[in-house]
Design a protein around this ligand. Structure first.
Ligand code: HEM
Length: 354
């Protein structure tokens, strides 16, 4: 008979990892304000990304990335595969929620000034994570091979091809040639299930490592001041306190996703017809603001404007430092952020209603 002790001995000998290291790593002090759940929202896109990866693997078992079969394979998943409709619906809703919560996380970091020194690099990793997430949204939508999604990807590839200097190369790279064709779907598929997930995991690793190295920005709130009188209460340990907050958020999201998938399951649109351009082409909601902006300007100006905006977003911690040096205490970044958010909201609603 095998003794339990012998199994443990064998496990420790085969995998000589000191569990105290894990204890030390997970007892990181977390500032008190992270007890407010909206400050802990950064963990939400991470949880949703895991859901995306798991449901995505199941979908890949059946999806066929070829123009002649893509639509049929999704119809098969939706109507024939056991619980296929459910997995597909969770994948769809989790994608929307991930983008939404990512925007919330970014806004909380922006409006609390948590991107400031020494966290500039982590803000830049964050902007890359945002671009990767948009890339997931764009390529994933195209895989459906429905009329609306097909034409949205045609327009998207054409917009990318209007990038100054390197536009032709980007367009050819995305389309797999001069025009949208069988290669395009394969490319989008490879980007969606291979390149983007790898980039996401690497950057998430760097993002979390930076959070661990710098710690989370300590903010002061009136309510916390009483706690601050007792220096031991300035922070709390990651495990178990913060872990449970994240767990509760995760359980709530699981509940929400299940309700959304049951009440609004993913449906099938009209099959793509590359020969017939539809009257109205609509991207997904998170591209509405950019789409409206492009409609208000010419293609070249629109693309240039978008690139300048993305460049400013990437280097905002440094732009903010110039404002702070010139006009200290005026919180110019805060008010520019409010203005930017209002413009984003107005453009999004405008595009949604026309
Ligand atoms: C998949 C995407 C992302 C994930 C999973 C993620 C995750 C997290 C987590 C768990 C934290 C710890 C604090 C918290 O829970 O809020 C955090 C902090 C931070 N994130 Fe993200 N993040 C993502 C994207 C972004 C984006 C798009 C930005 C900005 C452009 C960003 C910038 C930051 C910064 C600067 C901090 C430090 C905040 C502080 O010190 O208070 N992150 N992130």
């Amino acid at each position: 008979m095998l003794r339990a002790g012998a199994i443990k001995e064998w496990a420790v000998e085969s995998f000589p990892f000191d569990l105290n290291i894990l204890k030390e790593l997970s007892s990181e002090p977390i500032p008190n304000h992270l007890k407010r759940w909206w400050f802990a929202i950064g963990g939400t896109p991470m949880y949703l990304f895991m859901i995306q990866a798991i449901t995505g693997i199941f979908l890949t078992f059946y999806y066929v990335p070829h123009p002649a079969e893509a639509y049929n394979s999704i119809a098969y998943i939706t109507t024939e595969v056991r619980f296929g409709w459910f997995i597909r619906s969770i994948h769809k809703w989790s994608a929307h929620l991930m983008i939404f919560t990512l925007m919330l996380h970014m806004m909380r970091v922006f409006f609390t000034g948590a991107y400031r020194r020494p966290r500039e690099l982590n803000w830049m990793f964050g902007v890359c994570l945002l671009l990767i997430t948009f890339g997931f949204g764009f390529t994933g939508y195209s895989l459906l091979y429905e009329q609306v999604s097909y034409w949205a990807s045609v327009v998207g590839a054409n917009i990318a091809a209007a990038t100054p200097f390197i536009g032709d190369d980007i367009g050819n790279f995305l389309r797999g040639g001069n025009d949208i064709g069988p290669n395009t779907l394969t490319r989008f598929f490879v980007l969606h299930i291979g390149v983007l997930p790898t980039a996401m995991v690497v950057l998430l690793g760097l993002h979390v490592l930076q959070i661990r190295l710098h710690g989370i920005t300590t903010l002061q709130f009136k309510k916390d001041r009483a706690e601050r009188e007792n220096p031991h209460a300035e922070s709390f340990p990651f495990y178990p306190n913060h872990f449970y907050t994240e767990l509760i958020l995760g359980l709530f999201l699981t509940f929400l996703l299940t309700i959304l998938a049951l009440v609004y399951p993913a449906e099938m649109g009209e099959r793509a017809n590359p020969l017939v351009t539809p009257e109205h082409i609509k991207p997904e909601w998170f591209f509405y603001a950019m789409f409206r902006w492009l409609k208000l300007t010419s293609l070249q100006v629109g693309v240039m404007g978008t690139m300048i905006f993305m460049g400013m977003l990437m280097f905002w911690p440094f732009i903010d430092r110039v404002f702070e040096r010139k006009w200290p205490g005026r919180e110019i970044s805060f008010w520019l952020g409010v203005l930017g958010f209002i413009i984003f909201l107005v453009f999004t609603i405008w595009e949604a209603v026309v």
